[in-house]
Design a protein around this ligand. Structure first.
Ligand code: SER
Ligand code: ZN
Length: 638
């Protein structure tokens, strides 16, 4: 694949396996803010039958020397082609040593090796490693890293890299050295180093198989007292991943480092997570409940990447949602289990509906798995992260918890140590669950938010209720024809005043309150039998698919849903719709200089929500929270 850094477009369809593998790399850093020297020793294995030239990525590097199997290469044996270093005539296997320098103090991009408050930090996802040294900087190159850091002992007493520390020594001139070895092959985007003056708090975690893991949370000394919540959250996340996904941590040490200059929220580097301080520090004096939840959520997210991202990684950057969508789904489940699951779901849906839906309908719209990019950093989007998580959630809904877990187990077992694709993920789910997911796979490729229109018909004589659904996904410049998606729609029927009804789907034996309607055609009818009276419909329960329902629900029905629906998301959604009507009505009264009138129905429903004394208080508060401006202005014609 060509490099994306020369403003060329990179296409998924151009993917080719790499010409060389680099099973092992040793790195040595002489750290100096103005000029840092990097020596790399790589063990190369050519994968092609002919002597294909080796192409290494490098950006903002000063090349000093290149040795092949101990022999210095002269300038004529190498060419620099833009951001590539090209070396021709290599034997099938060889040892390549390169020396180069970099200027961390001049690196203001916060990608590669940079300085923050006088310390060295790295960020290599997606393509930052090439700003440190020459390498085949793509995620399907997985190597075992050994890293030696050398720096001034007073200014940089803390020297960290991935894996386990295997040596520490004092050098001449007030410098010291630390050597780190990570036994797990990893892509270069998971490489990290830290050289700074930090303190740490620590704890231990006993894994399910009885191993003891040292946990360390590094921060500036003054910030240390605010790190305890993050450390507690880490232990909870480690236990949760063992219990819910059977995933055990694999190294003897897990480190989290807080830094104040950081482009993203946090980064899951193997064994050495680097975090924006915003997602580590929390103290009761300054942090809200939501801040505490965010710290726990991000700590869990980065920890969960150890399996969904690090042990099984992405073949190329088009597969970003393979690790991000799946890991966001996992952190959402974790947070749901740690507090009010109803409120967590509503918060996630709210973010998706107000922000991702907008992205999905505007000039930035792109599929969960894009087919081309110019700059991969522009694809760390809500679509890849949270629509990607909804896609995984739909799989969970369609397969059910048990078969979904089997699919995950198979995925991790089959692909441990590999760099794979979203198709591989679906294949594991399909093989473990024995279902055909070929139509479902369209969720990864089709852009835009599907809209579903609804018509219902109650047959008084036959006691049946028929729901006719029609799905449409906007074409949004997509050249291939828009095809119907496989959409799980959780549905229940309620009596006119909102009480649950048990009904039977036509062709099914069992009577149930909630039914999973699997829509696969453009237009599809679903019939319910044993329906004693004209029902109201509780649709898309739990927000079972990232779609927009095109329907105009009468205010009386919204009032009943808001007060009584047993599905928290549907109650909240009805409350939002009802509140929106009430607010817009008041606005209209005001603009027309009339006495404003608050909708009586809304007031009554509001009061009934307050009356449910036994309820989840956080949910009650959420249902009564008035809609955000983004929601109020949607579909508003000015
Ligand atoms: N990979 C990171 C994450 O966890 C982004 O830096 O989302
Ligand atoms: Zn992530």
């Amino acid at each position: 694949m060509s490099s994306s850094s020369a403003h060329e477009r990179t296409y998924l369809s151009d993917y080719r396996p790499p010409d060389y593998r680099i099973p092992r790399i040793d790195l040595q850093f002489d750290l100096d803010p103005a000029l840092t020297k990097v020596r790399s020793r790589m063990w190369l294995e050519r994968q092609t039958p002919d002597a294909t030239p080796l192409r290494l990525h490098g950006e903002q590097l000063e090349l000093l020397t290149v040795f092949i199997n101990g022999k210095l290469l002269c300038d004529t044996q190498l060419t620099i082609e833009g951001p590539l270093l090209v070396i021709d005539g290599l034997p099938e296997r060889c040892e390549l040593c390169i020396e180069n320098t970099i200027r961390p103090v001049a690196n203001k991009a916060l990608s590669g090796l940079y300085l923050s408050q006088g310390g060295f930090f790295t960020q290599c996802e997606a393509e930052g490693f090439r700003r440190i040294c020459y390498f085949i900087d793509r995620p399907d190159i997985m190597s075992i890293f050994t890293v030696e850091l050398r720096a001034d002992s007073k200014r940089f007493p803390t020297l960290l890299s991935n894996g386990n520390c295997i040596a520490h020594s004092t050098l001449a001139d007030g410098r010291h050295s630390a050597k780190w070895h990570d036994p797990f092959p990893k892509p270069s985007y998971l490489f990290a180093l830290v050289a700074a003056n930090l303190s740490f708090i620590q704890d231990t975690f006993a894994t399910i198989s009885g191993r003891t893991v040292d946990l360390r949370l590094y921060a500036r000394n003054d910030d240390l007292s605010q790190c305890h919540h993050a450390l507690d959250s880490l232990k909870q996340a480690m236990r949760w991943d063992e219990e819910q996904y059977g995933r055990e941590y694999d190294l003897d040490l897990y480190m989290v480092v807080a830094v104040s200059d950081f482009n993203m929220g946090a980064m899951e580097n193997k064994g050495l997570n680097i975090f924006n301080t915003k997602y580590v520090l929390a103290s009761p004096e300054t942090a809200t409940d939501r801040d505490y939840q965010n710290v726990a959520g991000v700590i869990a997210h980065e920890y969960f990447h150890n399996w969904s991202g690090n042990r099984v990684t992405c073949r190329d950057w088009f597969q970003l949602s393979l690790k991000e969508g799946f890991t966001v789904f996992r952190d959402q489940q974790f947070s749901a289990d740690s507090g009010s699951s109803a409120v967590k779901r509503i918060q996630d849906v709210n973010l998706l509906r107000t922000h991702q839906f907008r992205e999905d309908s505007g000039p930035m719209a792109h599929p969960v798995r894009p087919s081309s990019y110019v700059e991969i950093n522009n694809f760390y989007t809500l679509t890849v992260y949270i629509k990607g998580a909804e896609v995984v959630r739909m799989l969970h809904t369609i397969l059910g918890a048990e078969r979904f877990r089997k699919g995950c187990d198979l995925y991790f077992e089959r692909h441990d140590g590999e760099a794979v694709t979203t198709d591989d993920f679906l294949r594991a789910m399909q093989d473990a669950a024995g279902v055909d997911l070929s139509q479902f796979a369209r969720w990864y490729d089709q852009v835009g938010t599907p809209r579903i229109s609804i018509r219902g018909h109650f047959d008084t004589a036959k006691h049946t209720y028929t729901l006719e659904l029609e799905q449409r996904t906007p074409a949004l410049g997509q050249t291939s024809p828009v095809q119907p998606l496989h959409i799980p729609i959780n549905t229940a029927l309620l009596t006119h005043d909102g009480q649950p009804m048990k009904t039977r789907r036509k062709g099914f034996d069992e009577r149930a309150h909630e039914h999973l309607l699997e829509m696969t055609e453009s237009c599809q009818a679903f019939e319910f039998c044993d329906v004693s009276s004209k029902p109201i419909v509780s649709l898309l329960r739990g927000f079972s698919a990232p779609v927009i329902l095109d329907q105009s629900v009468p205010p009386g029905t919204l009032g009943a849903l808001m007060s009584h629906d047993d599905d928290p998301y549907c109650r909240w959604d009805a409350a939002q719709q009802l509140a929106r009507r009430a607010i817009l009505r008041v606005l209209e009264d005001l603009t027309k200089q009339r006495q404003p009138n608050v909708d009586e129905l809304f007031v009554q429903a509001f009061a009934r929500v307050l009356d449910h004394a036994s309820e989840d208080r956080a949910l009650q508060a959420q249902v009564l929270t008035l809609p955000e401006e983004e929601y109020l202005s949607q579909d508003m014609v000015l």
